[in-house]
Design a protein around this ligand. Structure first.
Ligand code: C5P
Length: 409
């Protein structure tokens, strides 16, 4: 992974409870070898102190547009010019709105307006503010001007409400910063399709059959392939993760919708099926909520089999992708079952992961074995991000070796 040695990041911290996470961003950038200069807005100062930022960044903190000292020593132009990348985290609804209008009445805004460097914003706000069409219009305006958004996550918010608006986690923000400096693009020109997350199979308008997949592994794979230069389409079931940066993301709920979305993608070169697709769906969908009747036995649910998307994409055909990779999450006989599944589903490789012994669903680490048909490699226990990175490296090596064979023929 590229580190941030010799890289200068300008971090703009605006007002919001997520400002405390900016301290962790500073720590992670420093740990990766980068330097950080920080601008703290008046709102940001309500949540974190210049002292803590300056202690962590080991640099002065800039707050005032009209500070004689800062303007002579540094200036809002030089603050941006001397950095390699600018990131606004958290980006409040207010700073996003002002950026969209070109307002420059404080140091943060003037610096952003004067910047000629890549700018990322990591929005953080109440879900209703986030969903407000005004905010969405402002985001769209900024994106149209090349400002890159690190999408907020959904879940419980500090304000007590639930929805989308929580700032992306500092580790994910660091990952995106690292990717920006990643110049090694061996998969550019290749198209990849990745499935991720669970599927929800409805029983009635309220209930569904789902599973514990968080989507972390599949999303990390989509991110890694995009970082290696592939054009990635991610088809995801319901997850609370943000859409990966630089990846076309299509949201679906059921296995059937996932299958249709996969078939609608232009034939890819690489397929990675990491989704935990439900094997079954309810045979009959009840259009009204199934009622509980105390005098009757609980209802039995008839199930029908779902399409096997991996097997469908791996089946021999003139448009079969060159490399089709599946997952086998097993609780027992891991390697035998995964080896059998690779043959049954006709995929090229399978990543076997033991989900029986430890918590894997929702965790940040995974333990996988890569089964290629030629051999089986134990990749050990490591972060889902590193597994994704290693898979991207193996895919790259595979395409390099096939190129060599073609050239030799
Ligand atoms: O058979 P099993 O569900 O264990 O197979 C796992 C692999 O098959 C995963 O790669 C998963 O994404 C894929 N799969 C699929 N469609 C299904 C079931 C599984 O693509 N209906």
């Amino acid at each position: 992974m590229t580190d941030l040695k010799d890289k200068k990041i300008l971090l703009v911290i605006s007002g919001g409870i997520a400002a405390y996470k900016a301290l962790e961003i500073i720590r992670l950038i420093r740990k990766a070898g980068g330097t950080v200069q920080c601008i703290l807005t008046k709102g940001g100062e309500q949540f974190v102190t210049p002292l803590s930022i300056s202690a962590l960044s080991e640099n002065p903190v800039y707050t005032d547009l009209f500070s004689l000292k800062d303007e002579t020593e540094m200036g809002h132009l030089r603050l941006s010019r001397e950095s390699d990348l600018v990131i606004v985290a958290p980006a409040s609804a207010d700073i996003i709105a002002k950026m969209a209008c070109g307002i420059s009445d404080n140091l943060a805004l003037a610096t952003l307006l004067a910047s000629n460097k890549p700018i990322f914003i990591a929005p953080a706000m109440n879900p209703v503010m986030w969903e407000n069409p005004v905010t969405q219009d402002n985001i769209a305006k900024l994106q149209a001007r090349g400002i890159m958004q690190i999408a907020p996550c959904s879940g419980a918010m500090a304000c007590g409400e639930t929805g989308t608006g929580r700032m992306a986690e500092p580790e994910d923000i660091l990952e995106i910063i690292l990717e920006q400096f990643h110049t090694y693009k061996p998969l550019s020109g290749y198209k990849a399709l990745v499935t991720s997350g669970p599927t929800y199979e409805p029983l009635d308008p309220v209930r569904f059959i789902g599973n514990r997949s968080s989507g972390k592994q599949g999303h990390a794979i989509a991110t890694a392939l995009a970082a290696f230069g592939a054009k990635v389409t991610l088809i995801t079931g319901p997850v609370s993760l943000p859409d990966p940066f630089g990846v076309e993301t299509i949201h679906v709920e059921t296995a059937h919708e996932m299958m249709l979305a996969c078939l609608a993608v232009r034939p890819p070169d690489i397929v990675v099926c990491a989704a935990a697709v439900s094997d079954w769906a309810a045979d009959i969908f009840s259009s009204g909520k199934i009622k509980k009747d105390r005098k009757q036995k609980p209802p039995s649910i008839a199930l029908k089999e779902n399409p096997d998307i991996l097997a469908m994409l791996a089946a021999p055909s003139p448009h079969r992708p060159q490399l089709v990779i599946g997952f086998a999450a097993e609780t027992e006989n891991l390697l035998e079952t995964a080896t059998r599944k690779r043959l049954e589903k006709k995929c090229d490789w399978i990543l076997a992961n033991d989900v029986g012994t430890e918590k894997i669903f929702g965790a940040d680490e995974n333990h996988v074995y890569l089964i290629t048909g030629k051999d089986t490699e134990d990749w050990g226990k490591q972060s889902k991000h590193l597994i994704a990175q290693k898979l991207a490296e193996n895919i790259t090596a595979y395409f390099k070796s096939t190129d060599i064979q073609i050239a030799a023929e």
